[in-house]
Design a protein around this ligand. Structure first.
Ligand code: ME8
Length: 517
């Protein structure tokens, strides 16, 4: 049993959440659930980034105070996590007092180490990134990420000696070739470091909406520094999910879960997490996270979905209409995890109808209705002796092994594809065995074996699907007369032959009613 700590970025509350936010949180939830299946002790963190210029401006546009704005917006982001069935152990807000105090202590450590100094600065500032750019970094004079023209800014503020960490950062990358994954993102981050690092401004004087610099009340801490520290601060005040467990964990969350196992995010914030965050941690004397995993962008019509660009796909109507599971399935299956990909309502409906309604939904309804018809609902028991071995056992176990290997590599899309090999194999098995013919020929033993194999296959599917489609997995188990729960979903139950005898199928509506145009 290992300790496993997975995080999502904390999302900006300058605008409403969109499908991109739901995607990262869903992916982190898959990973968290999978590690719980393995028996790991898991901490899963998500939350909101509530300070900074962007948020202050959004509040001003609405004519409300920043505090009122964030208090109203946070519910929408918590709502995303709930609606997609995320099992986050805590939801951090950077306006939590405990977080703010921790941020001050953290930067004080960097200051005491001599890494923070006063400096005046002038440059081109993108308010959407909350970051400075050089002329060369701009594309046609515009921010490369947001396509807006940066503002000229001049400030005297506090700087962090990022340049002093260049060598140590590069060495860390060389010694930890899987620090950033996938590989091309590692290369991107390392080459950025190797091009030379400049010191960065880590405070703002013009802005009031932030955490005060502990030694200079006239300035607030730069929102990105404040935000990154959330991964660490949360472990100092979040309630302990294992606190009620028998015997108690005995150690604090920080002792058990730092360093983080995975920070998940898209490539827009790789530089902050791959360069600035590790340097800050080195300066303050903390261990570095084990891995950053950079998934790609979901794009609409070929363009990155972004609040600043205004081309947002709202996940709520889809989730409300079809449930969280089809949404989770679709995003993770349609776009190869780690690459960019296009999403659309049309392709959602296609996958829903073919893969969920036809492949998976029909498999369950065919199996359970045949058991109802031929065996009065009683799932045939395990035959004794050599007659008990199934032609599917070896194939299924190979598939389980492959799913695990893909999940361990963070290939969430590959894992889903592999699970569908089993779905399709079971459907072919129905055709091959033709239980209706076995019934007609009064091949009672053959029919029992077919129905039992299909049920066993469905049980296995439920365990494999649990991280991706938790409600669907629960429903499959219930239809087979099984009780869903942590025991049933334990990875130890992925061996063929785990189905208890004496179960009865339960009738029910189609898992995924077809979407008719
Ligand atoms: O950057 N496709 O917050 P943010 C896939 N507050 N993922 C997407 C996406 C898309 N089109 N759009 C957004 C911030 N995301 C900071 C983070 S962390 C210390 C501070 C996801 O609201 C993806 O995970 O702009 C991306 O990295 C993140 O949302 C950016 O969220």
């Amino acid at each position: 049993m290992a300790n496993f700590y997975v995080t999502t970025p904390i999302y900006y509350v300058n605008d409403v959440p969109h499908i991109g936010h739901a995607y990262t949180t869903a992916a982190a939830d898959v990973v968290a659930r999978y590690h719980r299946q393995l028996g790991d002790e898991v901490f899963f963190l998500t939350g909101t980034d509530e300070h900074g210029n962007k948020v202050a401006q959004a509040a001003e546009r609405r004519g409300v105070s920043p505090q009122q704005h964030v208090d109203e917006m946070v519910g929408k982001f918590k709502g995303v996590a709930e609606k997609i069935d995320a099992t986050n152990d805590f939801f951090i807000r950077t306006t939590d007092l405990e977080h703010e105090r921790f941020v001050q202590q953290f930067v004080q450590r960097c200051y005491d180490n001599g890494d923070i100094f006063r400096h005046s600065y002038e440059g081109l500032y993108c308010p959407a990134c909350e970051a400075y750019y050089t002329e060369e970094q701009l594309v046609g004079g515009l921010c490369p990420d947001h396509g807006i023209r940066p503002e000229h800014m001049a400030e005297e503020n506090w700087f962090f000696r990022l340049s002093a960490y260049q060598e140590r950062l590069a060495a860390h990358y060389r010694e930890h070739p899987d620090f950033v994954r996938p590989r091309h993102r590692y290369n991107e981050a390392l080459s950025f470091i190797e091009q030379g690092l400049e010191d960065i401004s880590i405070s703002r004087s013009a802005l009031k909406w932030g955490v005060t610099v502990p030694w200079d009340e006239s300035q607030v801490i730069y929102v990105w520094v404040d935000a990154l520290i959330n991964y660490l601060s949360a472990l100092h005040y979040a309630p302990d999910p294992a606190a009620g467990a028998a015997g108690g964990p005995g150690k604090t969350l920080f002792e058990r879960f730092w360093p983080a196992t995975y920070h998940l995010m898209a490539q827009d914030i790789l530089k902050f997490h791959g360069v600035i965050w590790p340097a800050l941690l080195m300066s303050a004397g903390y261990e570095l996270p084990e891995h950053l995993f950079i998934h790609g962008y979901l794009k609409l019509g070929g363009e990155k979905i972004s609040k600043t660009r205004g081309n947002v796909m709202d996940p709520f109507p889809l989730i409300e209409q079809y449930g969280a599971d089809p949404f989770r399935y679709y995003c993770l299956r349609e776009v190869s995890f780690g690459s960019d990909g296009v999403v659309s309502e049309e392709s959602f409906k296609n996958r829903y109808n073919t893969e969920l309604a036809n492949d998976l939904g029909n498999l369950l309804s065919r199996t359970t209705s045949m058991i109802a018809k031929y065996r009065e609902g009683l799932i045939p028991g395990r035959p004794s002796g050599s007659a008990g071995s199934s032609p599917l056992a070896a194939e299924a176990e190979q598939i389980v092994g492959n799913v695990r290997a893909k999940l361990d590599q963070m290939d969430l899309t590959g894992a889903l594809e592999t699970i569908w090999e089993l779905v399709r194999r079971l459907n072919r098995y129905v055709e091959e065995c033709a239980p209706w013919k076995q019934a007609k020929a009064q091949d009672s033993e053959g029919l029992d074996a077919t129905l039992r194999d299909l049920t066993e296959g469905l049980r296995l599917l439920a365990v494999l699907l649990h991280p991706f489609m938790p409600a669907t997995a629960d429903e499959i188990l219930r239809r087979l007369g099984l009780e869903p729960g942590p025991e049933t979903y334990s990875w130890a139950n992925t061996t063929w032959g785990g189905l208890p005898d004496g179960l009865r199928v339960v009738a029910g509506a189609p898992l995924f009613p077809r979407i008719e145009e």
